[in-house]
Design a protein around this ligand. Structure first.
Ligand SMILES: [Zn+2]
Ligand SMILES: [Zn+2]
Length: 196
């Protein structure tokens, strides 16, 4: 919710939002009707709106132009775990596209995913490199959003941590208060049971 509110303000400041028809056109121009990661054809009912930098505590992605496109379901699933780690790049999408099998342990899930898509090492390497280039090209017209997001990421990350901590403290306090008035005397019901 916090990242959505930040996104809304950024869109107002930047004078464009992802719901602008021109934005949909530019996504189409960059990726066609294909997945932004694997380039596979998007299935009508299984494609999902993808945040290149995921909207989570680690990636701190925003719902702004340059960070929203379409991905196939399996890439969307494949990327999710990497989003919690970001081992290979500061950008969520870039980290995902760096798992070409040459940088990680053999058990790396993202590397295994890309190996399942392109078993041949050279094909995998060039396909992932061209996917990265495609995304960079797509983001070009939205550089102001991309740049601002990158510059603000660390600050937003800190604010999210504060927000999480405060929410947790609030919830703990409230739960404490709300459970205070509960009658927790089981001895009566025990008597009833033994009388049956
Ligand atoms: Zn895909
Ligand atoms: Zn990997």
């Amino acid at each position: 919710m916090f990242l959505h509110e930040v996104s809304r303000k950024a869109c107002v400041a930047g004078g464009m939002s992802v719901t602008d028809p021109r934005y949909a056109e530019s996504v189409l121009a960059a990726f066609g009707r294909n997945c932004l990661y694997c380039g596979g054809e998007l299935e009508r009912d299984r494609a999902s709106v993808e945040h290149l930098n995921g909207m989570n505590r680690v990636s701190v992605g925003l719902h702004v132009p340059g960070n929203v496109a379409m991905a196939c379901k399996r890439c969307n699933n494949g990327k999710r775990q990497d989003d919690q780690l970001l081992p290979l790049a500061e950008n969520g999408w870039e980290s995902f596209l760096f798992h070409d099998g040459s940088r990680c342990a053999p058990t790396c899930k993202a590397c295994l995913y890309w190996t399942s898509i392109w078993p041949d090492r050279e094909t995998r390497r060039t396909s992932l490199a061209s996917a990265r280039e495609r995304v960079h090209g797509f983001q070009q017209p939205y550089k102001q959003f991309v740049q601002w997001s990158a510059n603000t990421r660390e600050l937003l990350r800190q604010k999210i941590e504060i927000l999480y901590r405060d929410c947790q403290r609030f919830a703990t306090d409230e739960i404490g208060k709300l459970t205070l008035g509960l009658e927790l005397n089981f001895s009566d019901s025990k008597t009833l049971e033994s009388e049956d």
